[in-house]
Ligand binder design. Structure first.
Ligand code: NDP
Length: 519
């Protein structure tokens, strides 16, 4: 008879056989110049399986090291990132075309902090939990919840933040005692390879962190091989990953798209709200999953807000970054994305929207879209309902907070949101009514760097979360342990059944649970 293990192996082999063989190389381009800057191998299913074998062989020793020893490697890597910050920034900028500052603040700062955070917090988050049960049948017994690393974790990442979003999810997986295989986007694989170099330089044992460069086929192969798959990317691909993982019953974490609303109430500090709207919609070229993608402004503040935002966005400098402070908005990292951005703007204009600044592709070489402000928009337009993932900001006038909340929730997505008001208590009330995994009051995006807070999407924006205790426990199997130390030869409920015992149990049941009132 086939065991569960046999079946899983057969399913994996069948899944592998259905895939095309390994391809050749992948050319990596600098999207700010259009130049090819490197080639990386396109790994096929057999090569991914080989990486998985190496990971499985290496993982037990890594797990056996314990938190303290593993933490030492993580802290060495924290220092390595800081020491090599300029080289890492230059690699990120060259494969994404983003600005120096977008690479420095949102990637290097995050990566360095994350190594310290997980090194420090992993032992606490994954410590055995001793629990007490109210059930009289287990009184006096020792009850433990224990977390054990799943084994081999696969991480599949997008192109918008090659360090933070792709590599970042590997850090807690490693801290928990897993071996990790990272499949970065084929568009931005160089940062992941550099992180692998850093970890090697920090003495990480062979096989514990490996990079599987390649395209979607490589990603599919990875899903087939691992014990947990952490995916960040579009909702469309996330569904495919989950379907694939269902074949082997592999658990998944999904961090998907968003359409984050900004709600500006009439009593907001309009200058702060306008600065934030310009920054959090245009930083990283708007290619941020928790970017402000649409704005609802209460009528009394609308004209002032729109005028200020437009002036600030019009003043942004865009182009090829050549060092710190040279530009404000960089390139579109994945050139085909520019077609989506332009389609959303054209759709809005065709339906009556006005472009106050920007509104078209910028001149090359390289792939750029002008920072764009749209008004007279509504929910018949794609720019208000579908993820644009580019440097655009549609702003809509609303009668009141109720209308803003209704429109904010009129979306299949629920990743993040923000509320702007001088009345913090009212802001919190509104925040609690918005359907999103994270809501900031008088801020946006910045919750992401509070690694203590969970970050995960509701609705079509994801499954599970990163950061906080849940961000590392997901990489572990939970084991319940019950230990009986002092006990009679036979418990009351053991065989044989008797009328006397059933009567006694019935009386106990009434005594324990039958004394409340029926309402
Ligand atoms: P994609 O979904 O296109 O790709 C994500 C990753 O999945 C890439 O590495 C891609 O490889 C890989 N992939 C593609 N097809 C498959 C497949 N069938 N099986 C397994 N893996 C596959 O996303 P993008 O890279 O275009 O990233 C942009 C999207 O990511 C946006 O929608 C954005 O909202 C979302 N995102 C979400 C975040 C969050 O935290 N919630 C954070 C950042 C981005 P390849 O690139 O080589 O094709």
């Amino acid at each position: 008879m086939a065991t569960v293990d046999d079946t899983a192996v057969r399913e994996r082999e069948q899944a592998r056989a259905e895939q095309p063989p390994a391809g050749g190389d992948i050319a990596v381009e600098n999207p700010a110049t259009g130049e090819v800057i490197a080639h990386v191998p396109d790994l096929g299913p057999e090569q991914v399986a080989e990486l998985a074998r190496a990971a499985r062989a290496a993982q037990p020793a890594w797990e056996a090291l314990g938190f303290e020893e593993r933490g030492r490697y993580l802290l060495r890597m924290q220092k390595w990132i800081t020491d090599h910050a300029e080289r890492i920034i230059s690699t990120i900028v060259s494969e994404t075309g983003k600005t120096y500052e977008d690479a420095q603040l949102a990637e290097i700062m995050y990566g360095a902090a994350a190594f310290g955070f997980w090194a420090k917090e992993a032992p606490g988050f994954l410590a055995d939990e001793h629990v007490k049960s109210a059930n009289p049948l287990v009184k006096g017994k020792k009850l433990i919840v224990r977390y054990r690393p799943v084994g081999v974790v696969g991480v599949i990442g997008p192109w918008n933040f090659p360090l933070t979003n792709s590599f970042g999810d590997c850090i807690p997986a490693l801290a928990a005692g897993n071996a990790v295989i990272l499949k970065p986007s084929e568009v931005t694989p160089l940062t992941s390879l550099l992180m692998a170099e850093g970890l090697r330089a920090c003495g990480l044992p062979e096989g514990i962190f490996q990079v599987a460069t390649g395209d979607g086929t490589t990603g599919t192969a990875l899903v087939d091989e691992v014990d947990f798959i952490m995916f960040t990317g579009s909702t469309k691909t996330g569904r495919k990953v989950m379907e694939r993982a269902a074949r082997t019953l592999t658990p998944v974490g999904l961090e998907l798209g968003g359409k984050d609303p900004m709600i500006v109430l009439a009593d907001a500090d309009v200058e702060r709200a306008a600065n934030a709207a310009a920054y959090y919609s245009m930083n990283n070229g708007g290619q941020v999953c928790i970017s402000i993608e649409r704005v609802y402004v209460e009528e009394p503040l609308y004209d002032d807000f729109v005028a200020r935002v437009t002036e600030k966005v019009r003043a942004l400098r865009q182009g090829k970054p050549t060092g710190p402070g040279t530009v404000d908005v960089g390139a579109m990292i994945y050139p085909p994305q520019v077609d989506i951005v332009d389609a959303h703007v054209q759709d809005a204009v065709a339906k009556g929207a006005r472009v106050l600044t920007g509104g078209k592709r910028a001149d090359g070489p390289g792939t750029f879209y002008e920072p764009t402000v749209l008004v007279d928009v509504d929910h018949t337009m794609e720019c208000m309902t579908e993820e644009t993932f580019g440097p655009t900001l549609p702003i809509m006038k609303v009668a009141d907070a109720e209308e803003a909340i209704r429109l904010a929730n009129d979306s299949p997505y629920g990743l993040a949101a923000s509320v702007w008001t001088r009345d913090a208590a009212r802001g919190e009330d509104v925040a609690r009514r918005v359907e999103a995994g994270a809501v900031c009051v008088n801020d946006a995006q910045i919750n992401y760097v509070a690694l203590e807070l969970p970050m995960g999407g509701w609705k079509a924006s994801g499954l599970g979360s990163r950061h906080g205790a849940g961000g590392i426990r997901k990489y572990c199997d939970q084991q319940a342990i019950l230990i009986t130390r002092f006990a009679p030869k036979k418990d009351l409920h053991m065989f044989p059944n008797s009328k006397l015992k059933s009567g006694l149990i019935g009386r106990t049941l009434r005594l324990l649970y039958g004394r409340g009132k029926r309402r």
